[in-house]
Design a protein around this ligand. Sequence first.
Ligand SMILES: C[S@@+](CC[C@H](N)C(=O)[O-])C[C@H]1O[C@@H](n2cnc3c(N)ncnc32)[C@H](O)[C@@H]1O
Length: 201
Amino acid sequence: MAFTYFFRDMQTLEAIRDYALPALKSRRYINIWDAGCAMGQEPYSLAMVLRENMVRMIFRNVKIYATDIDGSNLFGKIIRDGKYPGEQVRRIPKEIFAKYFSPNGKPDHFIIADEIRKSVEYQKHDLLTLRPVRNNFGLIVCKNVLLHFKEAERINVINMFHEALSEGGFLAVEQTQKIPEKMKDLFEPVAANVQLFRKKG
Ligand SMILES: C[S@@+](CC[C@H](N)C(=O)[O-])C[C@H]1O[C@@H](n2cnc3c(N)ncnc32)[C@H](O)[C@@H]1O
């Protein structure tokens, strides 16, 4: 199973809230790609942060395309069910947990609220095919995946992200991942010390 957890990277989630959200909110459709989403903790964390900062009517326009190569073939069911055991939800901030999770009938298991679940749609996808799941994304999140690729693969995948983003779209990568030097003219950082970039040109 892939390593991940809810609210794994609060700094990036806060940067998305502070820098990307104001620009995305005015769009009719807010399409987001979470590439390498594992069992759903990352796209669901993002969905909860967005919902916390959007009225219900605007949140209805959010669609998170959650994709993963998923060697186990289990991620789709886990994400669609939206059910997680207690040990996986303990790091979630208390007020968020109280709002978006409820007991699911099975001892120490919890289910995510319908509204959040409906915003995330899973499909199996291999990034190295270099075919985006669609175009015109306002935001692409790809964290703790690129580090597994060779330099040339990383460059090809980031190029694909650039093409799949709409004008002024955002790309979030993990804290330890730098945009390769030769791609610096494609993206600009939105702030110091966060790995959130905006598509240039
Ligand atoms: C360490 S997990 C990261 C999960 C989440 N993004 C996070 O940061 O918590 C890495 C994920 O990348 C996925 N992955 C690896 N190679 C991939 C590929 N070529 N295409 C799509 N997903 C891939 C793995 O299946 C795994 O779920």
